[in-house]
Design a protein around this ligand. Structure first.
Ligand code: ZN
Length: 412
């Protein structure tokens, strides 16, 4: 019989402890484990301070607080340690999750163990939970189903516990496929600094629009992580040839991706294969993305910024109208109008390809969120400047992805 793991040391020296029995610390076959109860986050006591983020009537100042509201697009279920003894759990998703398992990993113990098990986490949920290790000795389930018993640990320095999330929910399976690691947030800086000659250049957002923006960016990040997109991106020269063949014309404009050097008489600064791969990585790396809204003559992108009109957030993305967004997102990734990663001329580049691809994914039901009624943003007239109808998606029968893949290619 192996003895339980024991830590009697204060949290500050935790990282220096080495366990004596590192091969297998789990309890024997006949051990009767006594696990912590599962948690239903739709029904939490006040002690957990449960709340719904981005309620329609929530003050916009909360969504603009970048210390409090931010998430990475591949981690909509976010666990952040708060103080030395608790965590903040947030779900940046318009649809809730079921069966969410939060695993903990300590620096001096090589196995992940189940620290919280949520039966349900509702949409845009946030709550706070004590780390059970600080309140006593408990049994925890390991990933292999065995049990580990861990003694009370008084507290944890910041970053001493690595949290990871698993879930059998099909929506979570989609989140897990997202390769992009963008950090998404909202910022007042744009509309607060509007120029005098264009006071509506940027408009303030509100929680209704922020929910749509979060939904769209998760879908968009899934789309650009999709193997079919990656294949088309890496072989854009093939895509251009196929498009021309289907149309029965010569290739219009550039034969492949090219960069920001000015185009002169049909001479382009074509990317090498390695540069194309690098360009793909600019779309999915960990830089910060400030999502904003415009009301003036143009949408804007560059640096952390990418923006589009209200209609793009409220109805456009549900119909796959991602042209403006993908253009501004490409500016945000560093491409100018001389590159076909941003430019839409000459037979099209990223802007057209992505839009056709995105529509194809909607037609396949191969995005995390397909139904505009999960938010009903279009109906919330009190929070919108324009009037909108429920978006109804239709795919063009001449969509190049539909013509080529004929309903195949879903990301399984
Ligand atoms: Zn532009």
């Amino acid at each position: 019989m192996r003895k339980p793991i024991s830590w009697f040391f204060p949290f500050v020296v935790l990282a220096s402890i080495i366990l004596g029995c590192s091969d297998d610390d789990s309890q024997g076959e006949n051990y009767k484990a006594n696990y912590l109860p599962t948690i239903d986050a739709t029904n939490l006591p006040v002690g957990n301070s449960p709340m719904t983020m981005f309620e329609d009537n929530e003050s916009s100042s909360k969504m603009y607080d970048n210390k409090d509201r931010w998430f990475r697009v591949n981690q909509p279920m976010q666990i952040i340690q708060k103080g030395k003894d608790s965590v903040q759990v947030s779900l940046y998703s318009p649809v809730g999750l079921t069966d969410v398992k939060i695993y903990a990993k300590l620096a001096n113990y090589d196995k992940r163990f189940l620290i919280y098990e949520f039966t349900k986490v509702p949409a845009f949920h946030r709550s706070f939970h004590q780390i059970p290790l600080v309140n006593g000795k408990h049994d925890y389930q390991l990933e292999n189903g065995k049990t580990v018993t861990i003694d009370k640990i008084d507290g944890f320095s910041s970053g001493a516990i690595q949290f990871s999330v698993e879930s059998s929910d099909p929506l979570f399976a989609k989140f897990k496929k997202i390769k992009s690691n963008r950090l998404v947030q909202f910022s007042t800086q744009y509309h607060i600094n509007n120029p005098a000659d264009d006071p509506n250049k940027f408009l303030p957002m509100n929680p209704v629009l922020a929910k749509e923006a979060i939904t769209m960016i998760i879908n968009y990040s899934y789309a650009i992580s999709h193997p079919l997109y990656y294949d088309t991106f890496m072989n854009f020269d093939r895509y251009k040839k196929e498009q021309a063949a289907t149309a029965g014309t010569a290739i219009n404009g550039a034969l492949n991706w090219h960069g920001n050097a000015e185009d002169k008489d049909g001479v382009y600064d074509y990317f090498t294969k390695a540069q194309i791969e690098q360009a793909y990585n600019t779309y999915i790396d960990s830089r910060t993305l400030n999502m904003a809204m415009v009301g003036g003559g143009s949408a804007w992108g560059g640096g952390a910024l990418a923006s589009q009109w209200e209609s793009g957030y409220v109805t456009g993305h549900w119909n796959g109208e991602m042209s403006v967004w993908s253009h501004e997102y490409s500016h945000h990734c560093g491409y100018s109008h001389s590159s076909n990663l941003a430019n839409s001329g000459e037979g099209g580049g990223q802007q057209e390809m992505l839009t056709d691809f995105y529509k194809y994914l909607i037609s396949l039901n191969d995005l995390p969120f397909i139904d505009p009624d999960i938010l009903k943003g279009y109906s919330k007239t009190a929070y919108l400047k324009g009037n909108y109808k429920k978006p109804v998606f239709k795919i063009n029968p001449k969509n190049p992805f539909l013509l080529k893949y004929k309903g195949e290619g879903k990301w399984n």
